[in-house]
Design a protein around this ligand. Structure first.
Ligand SMILES: NC(=O)c1ccc[n+]([C@@H]2O[C@H](COP(=O)([O-])OP(=O)(O)OC[C@H]3O[C@@H](n4cnc5c(N)ncnc54)[C@H](O)[C@@H]3O)[C@@H](O)[C@H]2O)c1
Length: 308
């Protein structure tokens, strides 16, 4: 099996830029191809800023070394034909994913493999016509990938199991935290878990049980404190004297009762969405969203540092 020295980033918006930092920080050579005009000037400056923030946050110390490993390709051929792995992070549109996957396929070296950052499409919806589809899969990050390490590896029906295993190994080697799905499902694991929580949050809000602020507070100052270092199974394992099965015995009936109450109403009621949005805009005017995103990334850096 070839060592992975060079990674091609195809599409370098928010997510592709984070990926470039992940790989360069781990010592890989990174070659970026992005279709937009002035890509090198715009994206280069954004990556420099993100790396400087990492240094300021105490999460890395040699910005120069990271940046020296990143270069911009002349075109897609230049990025892909000399690489060992491709991380595709183009627009989330099925026609774009199909087209860009076929273009990558045409230049892919015989030993290299491909992961798409797609948030929602199964790989089988866009890799079907690729001749190298046995070496292609979804490698779904959380934004921004250089701060949030989780990655979901989702094979298509054609992905060779050893290629999915290689992707997992690569992710671990570059410091990400990999989850391997056995097969495709819309939303993968992360967004399905998030979806279950959002469904209940909207239902409680629509029915007027609590404000959006108090529902957010329940996660921020309650559930979420634990979730930064343990998942739902470990949480309940520690919350009953004899562990998980004991918890299920004590509280399983209560939870299945909730499921019965909610079966009819899993939609996000438009009126509740509008009201929750208005409540959020009172607390955070639209013009302040970007500043709050920077604050979020700063908080993420502090949590990542605390977890080390
Ligand atoms: N933003 C998130 O929270 C998030 C999280 C996880 C996964 N993703 C996924 O990552 C991917 C990228 O998302 P993003 O938020 O970075 O989007 P974005 O719009 O910020 O960036 C997309 C980039 O791809 C470039 N591009 C588009 N078509 C291209 C092509 N054919 N060849 C080369 N470059 C091309 C664009 O110029 C742009 O710079 C999407 O599939 C998205 O679903 C996003």
């Amino acid at each position: 099996m070839n060592a992975i020295r060079t990674v091609a980033i195809v599409g370098a918006g928010l997510v592709g830029q984070g990926w470039a930092i992940v790989f360069a920080r781990a010592g890989k050579q990174v070659v970026i191809h992005d279709a937009r005009e002035n890509a090198e000037a715009i994206i280069g400056a954004q990556i420099e800023k993100a790396v400087a923030d990492l240094v300021e946050g105490g999460l890395c110390d040699d910005a120069g070394a990271i940046l020296s490993r990143i270069r911009f390709a002349r075109d897609l051929d230049d990025a892909v034909s000399g690489c060992d792995y491709v991380q595709e992070s183009a627009f989330e549109r099925i026609d774009v994913k199909r087209e860009v996957s076929l273009a990558i396929d045409a230049f892919l070296p015989a030993h290299a493999f491909v992961g798409s950052s797609t948030s929602g499409f199964p790989g089988s919806a866009f890799y079907e016509d690729c001749k190298n589809r046995a070496r292609m899969m979804v490698v779904h990050p959380v934004n921004p990938p250089h701060l949030v390490p989780l990655v979901e590896i989702v094979p298509t029906p054609w992905t060779a199991p050893e290629e999915a295993a290689r992707a997992r190994q690569l992710m671990e080697d570059v410091g990400q935290s990999a989850v391997s799905l056995s097969r495709e499902i819309p939303g993968f694991v992360l967004n399905r878990l998030q979806g279950a929580l959002l469904d209940e949050a909207f239902a409680l809000y629509a029915e007027g049980y609590a404000t959006a602020e108090d529902i957010d507070r329940t996660v921020r100052d309650g559930l979420g404190l634990r979730w930064a270092f343990m998942g739902p199974f470990e949480t309940i394992d520690l919350n009953a004297p004899k562990g998980l099965a004991d918890y299920a015995e004590r509280l399983g009936a209560m939870y299945s009762g909730f499921a019965g109450q909610r079966k009819a109403n899993r939609d996000w009621v438009p009126e509740a969405v509008a009201r929750a949005d208005a409540e959020r805009r009172e607390v955070l005017p639209a013009g302040d969203l970007d500043a709050r995103r920077s604050w979020r990334d700063e908080m993420l850096m502090r949590i990542v540092k605390a977890k080390r």
